[in-house]
Unconditional design. Sequence first.
Length: 412
Amino acid sequence: MLHATELLGGEVYDRDGHFVGHVSELFIEPADQPNRVARMLLGRGKYLPLVARYDHLAFVAPGVLKLNVEEKELEHYRPNEGWLALRKDLLDQQIIDTSGRKVVRVNDIDLSEHRTNGTVELRVTQVDVGLTGAARRLLHGVASPGLIRGLATKLPTRLIPWEFVNLIESDPLRRVKLRITHQKLERMHPADLADIMEELSPVERQSIVASLDEETAAEALAELDKRLTTQIVETLDPEKAADILEEMDPDQAADVLAGLTPESSRDVLREMPGEEAREVRELLKFEESSAGGMMNTDFIYVGETATREEVVAWIHEKDVDLEQLDTIFLIDGDAKLTGAVAVGRLLLAPADERMEALKAEPLLSVAPDAQEKEVFELFDKYNLHSLAVVDKAGHPIGAIAVDDIVTRLRKR
């Protein structure tokens, strides 16, 4: 096992033993191989730097590298944005540890040797984010490599396998060239992703959101602090912002738009489909601390005379968010609220049981202008999972979920 700090600054000799230069940088070409050190930049003082390819390396040890070609066969260095520079882009930079679900800083990079046909291929295996890497950095050039290695073995290690490293690159064009994707982040829980984003700079957060799919971005933004969500959405292109807000529940989208400037809010609403935009506009009319401002207009209601079998079949046909499906509201022939049925009771009922026989007592609801204090008290008193919001005629117009209550209480 070698470390980047042991190679950077190392002396490089050609096939005939002539000194060529010092290792100034190590490059990966992600478009070709995601972890192979493809090129080495060789500094030569006042002369133009040279570049050695991975197949030019014949021998490597801490501080010393030997090539299998003469110096005249090496090319002069030409910058390439498609190359990932280990010193410039990784060392001392923040990365995302997708396994540990946190942001960390890179202290060193571990490399393995692979020998084939007289060449030595170096591959990145893991990054060091602990004291061992920090010690090697501090002592580099001060103590011998052997002494540094001996000291490092006595320190606790914190290593992240390369496959769990998610790089942060704010330039969208360079992200494409480096083939940096955020598929690993998309598989994380939205709450963990939100925690990670809160540790990043505004530019880095913007980079992450811009490259996530709309559904993942929406879930993460819903978990973020409202102030940060507003900052992110304000700087997004209105079309991209609208695509993300479409994936949110209407109440969440309304909360985000309420925090934007009037001009930004109008621009985003123009990009949203007509029905989604109409729902959000309706919610924006309510005070944030009222039941109307807390409710979600995406909820399930069925006729009270329907059977359990009919309701289950109907739910199967609908695009329902199963994670939010815990209560079904009932209406009569005049579309007035008559009750609520917990999904647990629905599942255990006989197929021909009518919904009205399964409803809970008492019948509970609030008006859209009810203040949050009244809503909190109802949830607490009756241990509710969901509460209907009705208009003056008693028609259900939305529902408040218990997770919305928890979120508001946490932010108070």
